[in-house]
Design a protein around this ligand. Structure first.
Ligand code: AMP
Length: 308
C-alpha cells in the first residue's frame, strides 16, 4: 500500500464511549465494582494534550476501569474569566482518551451536574484558610472561590465514581495540595496520585490555555519555564533569594511581569525563605498575551542544600 495512504488512514482506534448522565455513570461503575474491578478517575476540562494523556496512561497501568471526566466546571470560573471561550473539541478528546486507554468518558451538561441551576446550588465543599487564600486563591487574583469550585466538583465526582485512585497533575500544584487536604479532612476513601508536569520540547508546560497564545506570545511564554529552571539552579547554588532574582531576570527579559513568583512549602504553602529539609515549590503566574499561565518547580531537599 502506498505510504501516503497509510499516513492518511492511521490504524483505527476506538474513541472512548461517552456517558452523559450521572445514572449511566453510576451504573457503569457499579457493574465494574460487582466484578471486583479497581476504578481510576482522571478529572479534566478537556481539550486534551499530553499532560492529560499521561494521567490516563498512568490510570490504565494501575486500574481495571479508567474513567475520564470531561467537564468545564462553571463554579470554578470567576466573573470575567474565560468560561465562555474555554477551548473545546469533544470529538478529538474522545478519540485521544480512547487511544490513551480510557474505558469511558463522563461528559455531562452543566444542568446534569447542577440540576437546580448555578444560582440555587447551595452546598459547597471548601478547604478554608491558608491553602486557598494565597497564590491563585488570593482575592486579588482568582480568589478562594476558584478552589471552592474545584473541590466541590471533585467531591461530586468522587461521590459518583467512588474511585480507588484519582490522578492529578503537578502543573496545578496548588490545586493538588488543596485536593489532598480535602481528601484527608473528609476521609474520602481514594488514593491521590500527582504526576509530573508534561512540557513541550521548549519547556512550556502543556495547557489547554496555550491555545490562546499568538505566535509571538507563544515564544515569550517559554520564559516561565526558563525562570523556574533559573530559580532552582540559583537556589541550589546560592540560596533561594538568588534563585528568585535569577527567575525575575528571565521573566523581565521577555517583558513578563508576573502576578506572583514565590517560594512556598510544598505541603503547607507557607512562604519559605531558604531551602531546608522540606520540599519547596517555586510557583509563577503571569499573563502572556491573551492567556493567563501558571507553572511551578518542585525543589527536593538534597544533602547539598542542607550543607549550604
Ligand atoms: P485541566 O483539564 O486543565 O483541568 O486539567 C486536568 C488535569 O490534568 C489536572 O489534574 C491538571 O493538573 C492536569 N494537567 C494539566 N496540564 C498538565 C501538564 N502539562 N502536565 C501534567 N498534568 C497536567
Amino acid at each position: 500500500m502506498n505510504s501516503d495512504l497509510l499516513a492518511d488512514n492511521p490504524r483505527p482506534t476506538a474513541a472512548a464511549p461517552v456517558l452523559r448522565t450521572k445514572a449511566e455513570l453510576r451504573a457503569a461503575v457499579a457493574a465494574a465494582k460487582r466484578g471486583a474491578q479497581t476504578v481510576g478517575l482522571v478529572p479534566t476540562m478537556g481539550y486534551l494534550h499530553d499532560g492529560h494523556l499521561a494521567l490516563i496512561r498512568a490510570a490504565r497501568a494501575e486500574c481495571d476501569l479508567v474513567v475520564m471526566s470531561l467537564f468545564v466546571n462553571p463554579t470554578q470560573f470567576g466573573a470575567g474569566e474565560d468560561l465562555d471561550r474555554y477551548p473545546r473539541d469533544e470529538e478529538r478528546d474522545l478519540r485521544l482518551a480512547g487511544e490513551a486507554g480510557a474505558d469511558l468518558v463522563f461528559a455531562p451538561t452543566v444542568e446534569e451536574v447542577y440540576p437546580d441551576g448555578l444560582d440555587r446550588f447551595a452546598t459547597y465543599v471548601e478547604v478554608t484558610g491558608s491553602l486557598t487564600g494565597v497564590l491563585d486563591g488570593d482575592p486579588a487574583r482568582r480568589g478562594p472561590e476558584h478552589f471552592r469550585g474545584v473541590t466541590t466538583v471533585v467531591a461530586k465526582l468522587f461521590n459518583l465514581v467512588d474511585p480507588d485512585v484519582a490522578y492529578f497533575g503537578q502543573k496545578d500544584a496548588q490545586q493538588a495540595v488543596v485536593i489532598r487536604r480535602m481528601v484527608r479532612d473528609l476521609d474520602f476513601p481514594v488514593r491521590i496520585e500527582v504526576l509530573p508536569t508534561v512540557r513541550e520540547p521548549d519547556g512550556l508546560a502543556m495547557s489547554s490555555r496555550n491555545a490562546y497564545l499568538e505566535p509571538a506570545d507563544r515564544d515569550r511564554a517559554t520564559a516561565l519555564s526558563r525562570a523556574l529552571a533559573a530559580a532552582e539552579r540559583g537556589a541550589r547554588e546560592g540560596g533561594l533569594g538568588i534563585g528568585l532574582e535569577g527567575a525575575r531576570r528571565e521573566l523581565a527579559a521577555a517583558a513578563i511581569e508576573p502576578e506572583y513568583l514565590e517560594a512556598r512549602d510544598a505541603e503547607t504553602l507557607a512562604p519559605v525563605h531558604a531551602l531546608a529539609d522540606r520540599p519547596v515549590l517555586v510557583l509563577v503566574a503571569a499573563r502572556v498575551g491573551a492567556a493567563r499561565l501558571i507553572d511551578n518547580v518542585l525543589i527536593h531537599p538534597t544533602n547539598a542544600n542542607l550543607q549550604s
